[in-house]
Design a protein around this ligand. Structure first.
Ligand code: URA
Length: 259
């Protein structure tokens, strides 16, 4: 097995983090410092050390968190509340978040100590689908819907987005839906919005560029006012999990992620 894979599986950290540890000379194989993360090791017989400590198997933990708006996806922050502030300290040992959600985005966030799972879900070549529910100011005609689905330019010097799936949920005037849109991005008391068109839907993407959903919809002429992630690969947010709460994944959910 590759050394970086072994270290990530042993809960030392994400794949890209453990590669840095190896390159920094923090890892020894059979007593010798190695600096090549791709080195093949015999995981059953070789003695692997990280930072002077023997690397042994650690039980994997997987948590589903229903992220509320208003907190940031980071371990610590001097100003903002972070997703870790919602966890019991004892449960945060060695875990990290898989991907990020913006401060105003809600919904499914996975946290784990399994660096291999993170690699599997986030590595762009694995094309893992992530589905987001959105409300946006604006309307999406046939041409714009096709652009979103086939690929759209969202930034200077950036390639077109990869094919995505779009399912329109509702559209009409803001006023018709004002009671069901919970938007952090807008002062909904401002009646100036009441006669504006709005659209909601599900956008499924396989990439993870910064603010990707907001930028895709912006490129299609819309302004996102509410965003929630509802699934990653085969895992769907448990809607009975209240905002700000977390729970371990069931065995069946873990299997769906690895499928
Ligand atoms: N796309 C966004 O624009 N924001 C998120 O938080 C996630 C995906």
């Amino acid at each position: 097995m590759r050394l970086d894979k072994f270290l990530a599986q042993s809960s030392i950290g994400r794949r890209r983090t453990v590669r840095i540890y190896v390159k920094e000379g923090l890892v020894k194989v059979n007593g010798k410092v190695v600096t090549e993360p791709a080195m093949e090791i015999r995981e059953n017989t070789d003695v692997i050390e990280y930072n002077g400590k023997l690397v042994t198997y650690t039980e994997k933990v997987y948590y589903m968190f229903n992220k509320p708006a208003g907190c940031i996806t980071a371990r610590k922050d001097a100003v903002n509340q972070t997703v870790f502030d919602f966890f019991d300290d004892a449960d945060t040992m060695g875990i990290f978040h898989v991907g990020r959600l913006d401060k105003d985005t809600e919904g499914l966030l996975l946290l784990t100590n399994d660096g291999e799972l993170e690699h599997k879900l986030m590595y762009p070549q694995n094309h893992v689908q992530k589905t987001y529910f959105f409300w946006a100011l604006g309307s999406l005609d046939e041409v714009r819907r096709k652009q979103l689905e086939h690929g759209i330019y969202i930034g200077k010097d950036e390639a077109q987005t990869k094919p995505a799936k779009l399912k329109i949920h509702k559209y009409g005037l803001f006023n018709e839906f004002k009671n069901e849109i919970s938007c952090g991005n807008l002062n909904i008391k401002d009646s100036g919005y009441y006669n504006q068109p709005v659209v909601s839907g599900y956008l499924t993407i396989t990439e993870g560029r910064k603010h990707q959903v907001k930028r895709m919809l912006k490129a299609a002429g819309c302004y996102v006012i509410y965003l929630k992630r509802i699934s990653i690969g085969g895992l769907t947010l448990d809607e009975s999990l209240e905002k700000g709460k977390y729970r371990p994944l069931t065995q069946a959910e873990i299997q769906k992620l690895f499928r």
